[in-house]
Design a binder for this molecule. Structure first.
Ligand SMILES: [Zn+2]
Length: 972
């Protein structure tokens, strides 16, 4: 510890870390940014660093760096970069494709985007990033320290945390700590964390290259940020500013080292001008060193942390709590973006799930040669394109919905193109392996249904067909249990529900044909046609005392009671614990101010409601569509009594699976799909579920689909509603002593508990205000779309729901992929049927990824470095025989007496059918390093408890026979 008042203070070292914050899409597209400044940043930085030995720079976003490296650089520049990297003067920090958001992203996607960037860096330079730089995401999740520790990082940098908390941490000099992000891994995967002080990542007053000039930039903007050049006459102004600033900052830290980030958004596109001026300032300060008792130096993040690490301070420990939500001041609670651009949030997750399915299908079905129709290199290219698009949208201005609409179109375009490619790939794989199938007659469809999870799944898939009389048979020609009913939003179409049971990582074929007519019976059983009951409209205001007239809808696990006086849900009887929970649901809206002169406004980022939420409807109409497989409750909410179209709807489904089928998960969920929109202007729409559970207003919500956080309701001086909002990436629940109500979501939303027994989910936002800055840049949220989010409700005892929640969330995230084709398109009977052995993991273990990354380097580090030094005339080929496998233990330590126990997985059960395993290597989380050779720094803490935990990643190389080992997995 560095005593502030000591007489002989050690000399203060100021580490000036040059950087440029380059958003991968915010106000400008990736292409525009490349043209206007990104290319110039890398070109000019490499030139400036090559000219002067003492200069340094950190490189963050790999999407930009790769575009520059692959598309712009000359051989000379490539050589210079290699030299600078080898000397540690150009340092890659974070190393993901983007700087990902931490609130609304799923941790599978965070790992993906890091794996993409890290793979490139290792392949190209033989290095792995060792320090993070999460300086702009809007709040910090405790998933991040865990992932970064597993990826081999030595220190983690964050910045945007609650303003009150940051101030307090400055005062007590607690901006640096050792963070144990996971309850289960605790000290095994802790990481040293540095919170940037109140000046954050921008250094005002030290920018000599002005503003990047995009088309349409006004001359005023261009010179706004630009400083006058440093001369003999004005140097005192610059130096005294820097010195005073550094001394102030030093008082907030425990070691005599100051991290002084130099740069801001879109800077250093004229790096020689930047360095030329700063060189003079630094020389001047250092010449006065003895007087000032302070020295300045250019540094990378690594230089700074090495100095801090050598200081032998005993650091305080922070537990698994996160830094969400984030408020930048008393009027700005950044909880609006949890639900901004709901449509993009949904698309991003659907793309991620499709990629997951495509990866395992490619791995399982392409390693088996020969392929009649499929070129593996083309297949890998389709996957890589979607990996890149899914990585990109994790950026903190992408999935967050905090970009301009034009940039949003770019994200959608990249995702859609990538999805199309993977759809094509999956169709080609099926085509390649089509069994000799006695194809149905023309006019019908052929459906292939792939289960991407590594367990057998029993579920109902829904297909839309144009005719009510159909017959459906499976691959053996046997009729299949199905139900047909009029489609909910397309009057001329029909929903065909089909019960299916599919083994892990396998697919099934169905053929669907129109029956000639219902009279002309062929003797084959046809799907049951569901019957619909209509209930007339009920007005909200004239609803009588509720509960007088109830209609039950049931399956083997629940009875849902609907109140005919209101057409709303009344209660749910949960059969296993024999408990009835009073529960109702309705759509409500927060209204927001649109005039910045009249008070704070809501926007893409912040949520600032004018008051409590109000019901958003006048009347509700109900239909119950009942069949043997599924009963669907359709509630249509009309904003005005006379509106012909409902603005909101809830479609709730209860499924029945026949005796003997493994339908435990299917039975224990009430599936809900909603229709929301178009909203009126300045409305933020929520679904509020109110129960009589005594919850004490405590909400539980997840960090990134990983671990749960406890969120007690807090009263604040201002903005209390908004500051009690949290991100919900996949799960949330409320509970009383006996019952727990779990909500599982398909995409990110905002979630809150504003009253005892209540949970509300923000589903959609439409906003406009007259803030000049936002209007100037076009950053508005006038989102008039209709969205269809999905939630699954699980109700039961704590024990029951903790056993079901994890597998159910995965069942929702990775629903079977249905590929529906006209029969004529199928090229049948190629190589004949070649079924792969099904995969069934223990129910506590999730197959997090099974893929062929296409790495082009040796997994032996020394060998790889040797190859890098040789001439690189020949582009190395992707190794298709190296498989990446990640397995996750689904339960946290102490979460459940049985489920939390360690479990052993026989790798043969996962890798069966891929060929023989040559070797198995346990690698760091992003695959770049052998965990046995990964030395992370240890930091001394007040709790000196150190031992390394297991990695979670295994690599295998199939083909040659060898023993297949067993892999022990512990709770993470
Ligand atoms: Zn940013």
């Amino acid at each position: 510890m560095w005593p502030l008042e000591a007489l002989s203070e050690p000399q203060l070292r100021v580490f000036v870390v040059p950087h440029s914050h380059m958003d991968v899409g915010w106000l400008h597209t990736v292409q525009e940014s490349m043209q206007v400044y990104v290319t110039d940043v890398y070109n000019s930085v490499v030139e400036a660093l090559t000219l002067e030995k003492k200069r340094r720079f950190i490189v963050v976003e790999q999407e930009y760096f790769r575009l520059w490296w692959d598309g712009v650089t000359s051989d000379t520049q490539k050589g210079q970069v290699r030299q600078l990297v080898a000397e540690g003067r150009l340092e890659f920090v974070l190393g993901g494709q983007v700087m990902h958001d931490e609130a609304v992203t799923h941790f599978d996607d965070q790992i993906l985007q890091l794996t993409e960037g890290h793979g490139f860096l290792y392949e190209t330079f033989g290095v792995r990033p060792q320090f993070s730089w999460q300086v702009d995401p809007f709040g910090a999740s405790s998933t991040t320290p865990t992932l970064f520790a597993l990826a081999g990082f030595n220190a983690h940098v964050i910045s945007r945390i609650d303003y009150n908390l940051k101030e307090a941490m400055q005062d007590t000099r607690e901006l640096q700590f050792v963070w144990r992000g996971s309850r289960s891994l605790s000290a095994q995967q802790e990481i040293f964390t540095h919170v940037l002080d109140q000046f954050s990542y921008c250094s005002e007053g030290f920018n000599w290259d002005g503003e990047a000039i995009f088309p349409g930039t006004s001359p005023n903007d261009m010179y706004l940020q630009m400083q006058i050049p440093v001369t003999k006459d004005n140097i005192q102004i610059f130096t005294s500013f820097l010195v005073r600033n550094a001394l102030t900052r030093a008082t907030w830290f425990r070691t005599p080292h100051v991290l002084w980030p130099w740069g801001c958004d879109r800077q250093f596109f004229n790096a020689s001008l930047q360095f030329a001026n700063m060189d003079i300032i630094m020389e001047y300060i250092n010449s006065e060193e003895s007087e000032l008792s302070l020295s300045v130096e250019y540094a990378t993040l690594g230089d700074y942390f090495r100095a801090v690490h050598s200081d032998q301070v005993s650091w305080q420990v922070r537990d698994h709590r996160d830094f969400l939500p984030y408020s930048s001041d008393m009027h700005h609670a950044w909880t609006g973006f949890y639900a901004s651009r709901s449509g993009l949030k949904g698309l991003a997750r659907r793309a991620s799930s499709l990629l997951y399915a495509g990866e395992s299908m490619f791995t399982r079905y392409v390693l088996l040669a020969p392929h009649r129709f499929l070129d593996p290199a083309w297949g890998l290219q389709q996957l890589q394109q979607l990996r890149w698009a899914v990585s990109e949208v994790q950026h903190h201005d992408a999935i967050t919905g905090t970009h301009v609409p034009r940039v949003g179109d770019m994200f959608v375009e990249h995702l859609s193109t990538g999805m199309e490619g993977v759809h094509k790939l999956m169709a080609s794989i099926i085509q390649d392996r089509s069994p000799a199938h006695s194809g149905p007659e023309p006019g019908g469809h052929f459906a292939v249904v792939y289960n991407p999870l590594a367990w057998t799944v029993t579920t109902i898939i829904t297909l839309t067909v144009g005719f009510p009389n159909v017959s459906i048979t499976d691959e053996s020609g046997h009729p299949v249990l199905a139900q047909v009913q009029p489609s909910k939003e397309m009057p001329s179409a029909y929903d065909l529900h089909v019960l299916t049971t599919i083994p892990g990582l396998s697919y099934r074929h169905y053929s669907i044909q129109p029956s000639r007519s219902s009279q002309e019976k062929t003797g084959e059983p046809e799907p049951f046609v569901a019957k619909t009951m209509q209930f007339g409209g009920r007005l909200r205001r004239s609803a009588r005392q509720v509960g007088g007239s109830l209609v039950p809808v049931n399956n083997d696990c629940y009875i849902v009671f609907l109140d005919l006086d209101t057409n709303l849900m009344h209660s749910i009887w949960e059969r296993q614990s024999n408990r009835k929970v009073y529960m109702t649901q309705q759509f409500m809206e927060y209204h927001t101010n649109s005039d910045v002169r009249k008070g704070p406004v809501s926007d893409n980022y912040v949520f600032t409601p004018s008051g409590a939420a109000e019901p958003a409807w006048e009347a509700v109409r109900m239909e119950i569509v009942e069949g043997p497989l599924v009963t669907e409750i359709r509630q249509y909410f009309h904003r005005k009594v006379n509106d012909s179209e409902p603005t909101f709807a809830i479609y709730s489904r209860l499924a029945r699976s026949p005796q003997g089928s493994d339908g435990e998960l299917l039975c224990h969920r009430i599936e809900q799909e909603y229709r929301v929109g178009p909203l009126e202007l300045n409305r933020e729409a929520i679904l509020r579920t109110s129960t009589k559970l005594n919850t004490g207003r405590v909400l539980y919500s997840d960090n990134n689909g990983y671990q749960m956080q406890r969120r007690p309701y807090r009263d604040y001086k201002s903005n209390t509603i908004a500051r009690n909002y949290y991100p919900m990436v996949q799960s949330a629940f409320i509970q009383s002593r006996h019952s727990r109500l779990v909500l599982l979501s398909e995409q990110a939303h905002g979630v809150s508990s504003q009253g005892n027994g209540q949970v509300e989910v923000m589903l959609h936002r439409r906003l406009w205000n007259n803030d000049e800055w936002a209007l100037h840049d076009g950053l508005t949220l006038n989102d008039s779309s209709v969205v269809h989010p999905v939630l699954w409700l699980l109700l039961g005892s704590r024990a029951l729901t903790s056993g079901l929640r994890q597998r159910s969330r995965l069942a929702l995230q990775h629903r079977p992929v249905v590929m529906l084709r006209q029969l004529s398109e199928i090229v049948p009977r190629g190589s004949g049927s070649r079924w792969q052995e099904a995969v069934t993991l223990p129910s506590r273990v999730h197959l997090q990824i099974l893929s062929i990354p296409g790495w082009k380097y040796s997994s032996n580090h020394t060998e790889h470095l040797r190859t890098l030094q040789k001439d690189r005339k020949h582009e190395p080929k992707a190794d298709l025989r190296r498989v990446l496998l990640r397995l996750q233990h689904l339960y946290e330590v102490d979460q459940d007496p049985v489920l939390s126990r360690p479990v052993t997985v026989n790798l043969r059960s996962v890798l069966g059918g891929l060929g023989s395993v040559v070797s198995v290597e346990e690698r760091s989380l992003t695959g770049t390093w052998d965990v046995n050779e990964m030395r992370r720094w240890t930091w001394s803490t007040r709790d000196p408890h150190h031992h390394r935990g297991p990695g979670s990643l295994v690599l295998i190389r199939p083909r040659v026979p060898s023993q297949t080992p067993a892999l022990p997995l512990r709770p993470v």
